[in-house]
Design a protein around this ligand. Structure first.
Ligand code: PMP
Length: 408
């Protein structure tokens, strides 16, 4: 097995007919399956872990080294620059909430409507711009907003949309933002599994992503970016690790410096090591080849869907805009949740239905769809998503099964 092979991809499931088929996981955008590199990192640490940054025994020492090596690897994966910091969090939601609390007081947060809720809800003083119809419109809307906004501001933007898979013009947006002295935060939860993410190349000041979408298990994510705001902010979680000294009286204390300040409590070594192991494997992988494979699957899916007229792909920037392996479908006249259930039960295929924690965007996509029989906006969409280890056979099975379910 190689480091980026998916473990458990021979999982079987029994259909009502009694037939046993290989389970086809097409829900990577929710949680991707585990890569061998992550499994190996966990297996190596299980027999020897101890508490990170606590204790002098060999277990604790080994764990502390492994944790800090994981941090270094993530720093390299994210293209961290001098003055940047890597903080391990629980996931992207946690990372963005942490950063939201560390913004200098009075900062306006500029964002586009249609973000995942994790990048929509945490921000103080949000200035929500209408979801743009094109990437150019996004840049123009940002420019107009920046000319208007009073006082300090940041821009937070997705790297790739979790509903449409559309890759956002982060670089172009960052150029405009930086011209106004405004920092840029990138929610890379869906970008990092599919594209190299380098702070410098994206023009980002902060990046957040999750291990469980990056072929590692649950429980670890990261925030990478400029240290100054993070060092100046109150710790995200108050407790051990975040505090340097605590006196006898309330308020008699000093906070830790560096990443420890925001990593209160005992660190998640296994999560960090698993996440970093995948980062390390991706750093030396042929990303172009992985990208080509994913784009071939995407083209095949779209080709196949031409024969399923009841399913209509939705997008904000149009079908030709670059995207990662995520496709969402409006199913006029059908309940996407029921279709997803039947795909699972009758065909052994895992997809997701609903609004994908992006209610404003899904409402907007549904309302711009021909609404003759799309039902109410609340009905949602059906989403298929894929990545490492996904096969043409799975794509073909999905298309055939979807056509069959929609027929009767
Ligand atoms: N942003 C985007 C674009 C996402 O797709 C997700 C997960 N669906 C998140 C943020 C939140 O990630 P997590 O649930 O791992 O915190």
């Amino acid at each position: 097995m190689s480091a980026l092979d998916i473990i458990g991809d021979d999982l079987k499931t029994e259909l009502p007919s009694g037939e046993t088929v290989r389970f086809a996981h097409l829900d990577y955008a929710a949680s991707a399956p585990c890569a061998e590199a992550a499994a190996q990192a966990v297996a190596e640490l299980l027999p020897r872990y101890g508490s990170v940054h606590r204790g002098t025994g060999v277990r604790s020492q080994t764990s502390t080294v492994a944790y800090e090596v994981a941090r270094d690897v993530v720093a390299e994966f994210a293209g961290a620059r001098p003055g940047d910091q890597v903080i391990f969090t629980r996931n992207t939601t946690d990372a963005l909430n942490l950063l939201a609390r560390a913004l200098p007081p009075g900062t306006t947060t500029i964002l586009f409507d249609g973000e995942h809720h994790a990048n929509l809800l945490p921000w103080p003083n949000p200035l929500r711009l209408a979801a743009p119809p094109t990437p150019e419109a996004a840049v123009a809307a940002l420019e107009a907003a920046l000319a208007e906004v009073d006082g300090p501001a940041v821009l937070t933007v997705t790297g790739a949309r979790n509903v449409t898979g559309e890759v956002w013009p982060v670089r172009e947006l960052a150029e405009v933002a930086h011209a106004y002295g405004v920092r840029v935060i990138v929610d890379a939860a869906q970008l990092a599994p599919h594209h190299p993410v380098s702070l410098g190349e994206l023009g980002a000041d902060y990046l957040a992503f999750s291990g469980h979408k990056l072929y590692a298990p649950f429980g670890a994510g990261v925030l990478v970016g400029r240290s100054d705001w993070l060092d100046a902010a109150a710790p995200y979680l108050l407790g051990g690790g975040a505090s340097a000294t605590v006196g006898d009286r309330t308020g008699e204390l000093t906070w830790a410096d560096g990443p420890a300040r925001h990593e209160g409590g005992t660190p998640n070594l296994l999560g960090a090591a698993a996440l970093a192991a995948v980062c390390a494997a991706l750093l030396i992988a042929d990303r172009d080849a992985l990208h080509r494979h994913e784009q071939e699957l995407l083209a095949r899916l779209r080709e196949g869907l031409r024969d399923v007229p009841q399913a209509r792909e939705v997008s904000l920037f149009g079908p030709d805009h670059p995207r990662v392996g995520i496709v969402s479908l409006a199913l006029p006249g059908h309940d996407p949740a029921e279709v997803a259930r039947r795909l699972g039960r009758e065909h052994g295929i895992g997809v997701r239905a609903g609004q994908f924690c992006a209610h404003p965007l899904v409402r907007r996509l549904l309302s711009t769809e021909n609404s003759e029989s799309c039902g109410t906006a609340g009905t949602g969409l059906l989403r298929a998503s894929f990545g490492l280890g996904s096969t043409t056979e799975e794509i073909d099975r999905f298309v055939t099964a979807l056509a069959a379910v929609l027929r009767n």
